[in-house]
Design a protein around this ligand. Structure first.
Ligand SMILES: *[C@@H]1O[C@H](CO)[C@@H](O)[C@H](O)[C@H]1NC(C)=O
Ligand SMILES: *[C@@H]1O[C@H](CO)[C@@H](O)[C@H](O)[C@H]1NC(C)=O
Ligand SMILES: *[C@@H]1O[C@H](CO)[C@@H](O)[C@H](O)[C@H]1NC(C)=O
Ligand SMILES: *[C@@H]1O[C@H](CO)[C@@H](O)[C@H](O)[C@H]1NC(C)=O
Ligand SMILES: *[C@@H]1O[C@H](CO)[C@@H](O)[C@H](O)[C@H]1NC(C)=O
Ligand SMILES: *[C@@H]1O[C@H](CO)[C@@H](O)[C@H](O)[C@H]1NC(C)=O
Length: 340
């Protein structure tokens, strides 16, 4: 009874060992059903020991074939996926199916259970489609015009190109490089934008000053005329002051005054001051060939009629009024010189 028992134990042990060994060497049939299913590849991967074992035994062409149990099956071509993984000894073909055009792609030999989804080009990130997605290739994106790629390939994000506002473009923006700007131009522009207003304000200020000076001078002159036209010197003292002419006796100065004036000037002067034309004619006729004497006599005639009061002032302002300004200046100079 004991012997039989021992024999039975040995048999069981032996069977167990055999079974374990068998499982190691021939991994096939037990797993077949699982392998043929469409669950994702990761889930049906055999344990690591078996996997290594399998590859060691079977030398598949790794780019176009894949190992399946003890077989090498043909991979699916780019543009398709493995509808069902695996093949038979008689036919290495895998059951493949095309990807959906425009939605999915597969760009390599594979035995994936489905295709990859096409990417898209994010316009928000400045991207646009360079090549549409095909079943063989994912979409290719590039930067839209006016954007450049600020990252290495593949481009995921584009930045807007520099517009070189106010500056000059040295190099246009490209897919991968930003615009190169001439910054010195911008600096110059800035300088110009500062200098220009300064120059303009200086010009304006100078113009105002000149205008003011001109206005003051004109007013002064108007005043002079007013003074002259005032018959009795009834102007307020302040207004007369700058044009103050003393009531000097002009008689001794008349030869000097006459010397400074041409005969026509003297005639115009005495006419302006209302010396009667008949008297003028008499004086001229009395001294037919002596211009100098005519001038003296005419001036004396005026002076006699006018009188000493305001005579000097009238003389100068009238000469000025007749635009004999240089003459007026010279006469003033001579009379003032003689009085000192
Ligand atoms: C094999 O897989 C099919 C479905 O693919 C399933 O119905 C069947 O029960 C499986 N057989 C075994 C032995 O796992
Ligand atoms: C395919 O073979 C090459 C060498 O020929 C090897 O570098 C590569 O890793 C292999 N690929 C796979 C998926 O085993
Ligand atoms: C991509 O396809 C669309 C239509 O689906 C077409 O309008 C567009 O021009 C294509 N783009 C390129 C770059 O081929
Ligand atoms: C991308 O732009 C950022 C600033 O937006 C900059 O810091 C970075 O250096 C740029 N990278 C490249 C590769 O030009
Ligand atoms: C930049 O491109 C424009 C046209 O888009 C062209 O007129 C200009 O000459 C180019 N500038 C340079 C520096 O290449
Ligand atoms: C583009 O920029 C890189 C540096 O970002 C530079 O090395 C390269 O020369 C530039 N290319 C052109 C055409 O300017």
């Amino acid at each position: 009874m004991r012997r039989r028992n021992n024999m039975a134990k040995k048999l069981v042990l032996c069977l167990l060992t055999l079974c374990l060994a068998f499982d190691f060497i021939t991994p096939g049939p037990l797993h077949e059903n699982v392998s043929m299913s469409m669950t994702p590849r990761a889930h049906k991967k055999p344990g690591p020991v078996k996997s290594i074992f399998k590859r060691n035994v079977i030398g598949c062409r790794n780019d176009t074939q894949y190992p399946f149990q003890d077989l090498c099956c043909d991979s699916c071509k780019p543009g398709s996926f493995a509808k069902r993984e695996g093949c038979t000894k008689d036919n290495p073909t895998t059951s493949c199916e095309k990807c959906i055009d425009g939605e999915e792609y597969m760009d390599n030999y594979n035995y994936h259970p489905k295709c990859r989804r096409c990417g898209h080009c994010d316009t928000q990130h400045g991207l646009e489609v360079e090549k549409n997605c095909t079943i063989h290739q994912n979409v290719k994106c590039r930067c839209r015009s006016g954007y450049f790629c600020n990252s290495s390939e593949p481009c995921r994000h584009c930045d807007p190109c520099d517009e070189c506002k106010g500056g000059k473009i040295l190099e246009n923006c490209t897919q991968t490089n930003n615009t190169r700007c001439d910054r010195t131009e911008i600096v110059q522009d800035k300088t110009a934008s500062i200098v220009a207003p300064v120059v303009v304000s200086i010009v304006v200020v100078v113009a105002i000053v000149i205008g003011a000076m001109w206005y003051v001078r004109k007013k002064k002159k108007t005043k002079e005329y007013n003074v002259k036209e005032e018959p009795n010197g009834m102007l307020p003292l302040e207004e007369m002051k700058p044009l103050h002419y003393p009531d000097i006796d002009l008689l001794p100065h008349i030869p000097v005054i006459a010397e400074e004036m041409r005969q026509s000037d003297v005639k115009a002067f005495v006419r302006r001051l209302n010396v009667k034309p008949s008297r003028i004619d008499v004086i001229i006729n009395d001294n037919p060939n002596d211009g100098a004497e005519q001038k003296i006599k005419l001036l004396e005639c005026w002076y006699q009629e006018h009188g000493m009061k305001d005579a000097y002032k009238t003389l100068i302002t009238t000469l000025r009024d007749l635009r004999f300004r240089a003459t007026a200046d010279k006469i003033e100079e001579k009379i003032n010189g003689a009085r000192k």
